[in-house]
Design a protein around this ligand. Structure first.
Ligand code: AMP
Ligand code: ZN
Length: 690
């Protein structure tokens, strides 16, 4: 395969798995993700991909709608990692000790230390939770913020306070910021999952995702029952208070003042050998700890060095992480099966000879996609190494040996559930038949899920029963279910049935964006559904447009793509539009939307309050380049909230082009057409926000 193509595929996979991770449904383990990411980084280096185009530029964002974003005083970055995949200049794998030795030596050089001067490193466990930045003023906690994209995070003060996850008071004087990890100890997490199971609700995949979900609850009442707690490990900024000068002493100070810090689990080291030995020793007792850790963090102990050491946009130079290798076992592939997802995506799954792995018996493992399967060349009868993703989802890491005479698995040409011919898109293979039985079931599960129509109580098991026992095929039929029908199903009673009926009633008013997302239309994720809903305002207008689009009406098509690239509907390119509007005008989707309307489900967009600003209202803006403070969609939201419009391309109808750094062809086009070009400051002034 040509290297550029391979990089594009790797980038797709990285993005895909990042999204899955953020959605709380990781499909691969951290270890496997790191391997994938390392492969991407190595190839991007080899091809000399410029910084601005690379995926390793900034840490992944965690912003949730409805949460106030707060700028971090000191950016919250990732950590550099010691990785078994690092190669030396001759292409040979580099032992961890050598990598750590090199890192340490570079830090000595950065600090211009003479050869006799020791540079001690402090080692702490790397707790697997979500990081939080805490602001204390005069000893009281005043704010808690997530890491977000590293520059800005979400304000989760109320959640953290309700959960009693961190000390409400710390010290007495001055102001300071404490960084730490919020996490869910195993026992409390298991108890919570047992409760969910008893209520017939979907269990949470792992403590880390659970913590993230809990901390993004809009209503934090009752969070203290969950038992989420914290490990505090850094004070990146302080004022009006004197603090010790070493990392080891800072942790001791935090512990003295009542924070939970595991001092007995930390250690100062003077050499790479000693440091690695400590990390490995710690790893050996990992399974016995009451919480999950995914590695160790090694930090230069003397804090006065930090400023001089600096860092990259991705990680600081004062620390490095050691990641534990996840537990792996060898077993045999009994069969390779193809499962069908909600949007028809076919995923290869390996059935395995049962093997004990990290506490459970594993019999199945995901192979993710056919590109991955072909790269690993997994065949029937192979001996393979398996590992658990996020310590939950098992997956095949690599083939140990093929069986004599085995042949490579060939991609399916037909859907295993409905027999329809498949189509290939990027790295994925799809069943294009919307009436496919397997897809229907998965779609219903998605329709009812929390980020879609949020029908409480309608989880995987209940959907399975309403499909098998009550003959539900399509989302709108859910709304016709009665309490009497539901009460007769397994693990249901009168009370839970009544609750489901209430939840169905509540789901009717979620609005067009959530309905569009819930329908699991290809390419219509949460952002696209919001963009479509806000552009069209109602399902009626959207469907009428789709019909004209599919009929080839030139004016309609021009709305999406005036000349080339994307047009009036934010982020919608021509190729995607073909697929989305094609699906929207299919009889199957129409039938569902008609059914939903008849059932009383609102198909109107919920509009954000608009306050028209003279000079902006009715005008069309095109945003290009990187703006100094606003993200592009934030600037777009401000314009829309003031009654203006945004467009993806410059034409004679454009009133203003807002240009930031590295603005490209759109800026040239604006100059050519004589469209006024303004900067962010001028835009903010027009909006009355400067
Ligand atoms: P990563 O995101 O894997 O690059 O690693 C950085 C993250 O490790 C931080 O954002 C923290 O959430 C987490 N972490 C856990 N324990 C520690 C620790 N003792 N010191 C620093 N970071 C930690
Ligand atoms: Zn099918």
């Amino acid at each position: 395969m040509d290297a550029k193509k391979e990089l594009a595929i790797l980038a797709d996979e990285v993005r895909y798995h990042e999204r899955a991770y953020r959605a709380g449904k990781p499909e691969i383990s951290d270890g496997a993700f790191d391997e994938l990411f390392d492969r991407y980084v190595a190839l991007a280096d080899e091809l000399g991909v410029p910084e601005a185009e690379r995926l390793d530029r900034t840490p992944g964002a965690d912003h949730t709608d409805g949460f106030v974003q707060v700028e971090h005083r000191v950016p919250m970055l990732s950590l550099e990692k010691l990785t078994p995949n690092r190669k030396d200049s001759k292409g040979q794998p580099m032992p961890l000790g050598e990598q750590l030795g090199q890192w340490w030596q570079r830090r000595r050089e950065d600090l211009e230390l003479s050869s006799g001067t020791p540079l001690p490193v402090y080692i702490e466990p790397k707790i697997d939770g979500i990081s939080v930045s805490l602001l204390y003023e005069h000893g009281a906690l005043v704010r808690a913020v997530t890491r977000g994209d590293g520059k800005r995070g979400d304000d989760i003060t109320r959640q953290v306070q309700s959960a009693r996850a961190v000390p409400a008071h710390l010290g007495k004087k001055g102001s300071f910021e404490v960084r730490g990890e919020l996490y869910w100890p195993r026992a409390a997490f298991d108890k919570h999952n047992a409760l969910l199971r008893r209520n017939g609700e979907e269990e949470i995949a792992n403590p880390r995702n659970g913590t993230a979900g809990m901390m993004k609850r809009k209503d934090p009442a009752g969070l203290e029952l969950a038992g989420i707690t914290s490990f505090l490990y850094q004070i990146p900024w302080f004022e009006g208070v004197s603090l010790p000068g070493r990392q080891s002493e800072v942790l001791a100070w935090l512990a003295e003042h009542g924070a939970s810090v595991y001092l007995d689990q930390t250690h100062v080291c003077d050499s790479p050998q000693a440091a690695l030995a400590y990390c490995e020793g710690y790893g050996a007792q990992r399974g016995k700890l009451p919480y999950d850790i995914d590695g160790m963090v090694l930090k230069i102990d003397e804090l006065r060095h930090y400023e001089k050491l600096g860092g990259t946009g991705h990680h600081p130079h004062w620390g490095i992480a050691y990641k534990f290798p996840p537990e792996r076992k060898v077993t045999r592939v009994v069969s390779i099966e193809v499962s069908v997802g909600k949007s028809g995506k076919l995923t290869p799954v390996a059935n395995l000879e049962p093997v004990q792995l990290a506490g459970t018996t594993v019999v199945r493992a995901s192979l993710h996609n056919f590109v991955e399967l072909e790269r690993k060349d997994v065949r029937l009868g192979d001996r393979v190494e398996v590992e658990k993703a996020g310590d939950i989802i098992p997956q095949v890491i690599k083939v140990v040996s093929h069986e004599l005479g085995s042949v490579p698995f060939s991609r399916p040409t037909q859907c295993p559930a409905c027999g329809n011919g498949v189509v290939t898109e990027e790295i994925f293979v799809y069943c294009p038949n919307p009436a496919c039985t397997a897809q229907r079931r998965e779609r219903l599960i998605h329709f009812a899920s929390r980020r879609a129509m949020e029908i409480d109580g309608m989880g995987e098991s209940l959907v399975g029963q309403v499909v098998d026992k009550l003959g539900v095929e399509s989302p709108h039929q859910l709304f016709a279910l009665t309490s009497g029908q539901l009460a007769n199903l397994e693990r249901m009673g009168k009370k839970s049935a009544d609750n489901v009926v209430k939840a169905l009633e509540a789901a009717k008013s979620r609005g067009l964006a959530r309905v569009l997302y819930a329908l699991a239309i290809n390419h219509v994720g949460e952002t696209m559904s919001e963009d479509l809903a806000s552009y069209f305002g109602s399902a009626e207008k959207l469907l009428a447009f789709a019909e004209r689009y599919v009929a080839g009406d030139a004016k309609t098509i021009a709305v999406v793509a005036p000349e080339s690239g994307s047009g009036a509907i934010e982020g919608l390119a021509r190729k995607t539009a073909d697929s989305i509007f094609g699906e929207l005008s299919s009889p199957a989707i129409r039938k569902v939307l008609d059914g939903l309307a008849t059932a009383g489900v609102s198909l109107e967009a919920k509009t954000a309050a608009r306050v028209e600003v003279a000079g902006v209202a009715g005008k069309t803006f095109v945003l290009t380049g990187t703006l100094p403070t606003l993200k592009r969609d934030e600037a777009g939201d401000l314009i829309k909230a003031a009654g203006g419009k945004t467009s993806g391309s410059v034409s004679k109808k454009t009133d203003f082009v807002v240009a930031g750094e590295e603005a490209g062809s759109k800026l040239d086009k604006a100059k050519e057409l004589g469209v006024p070009v303004i900067d962010e400051a001028a835009l903010l002034q027009m909006l009355g926000k400067a």
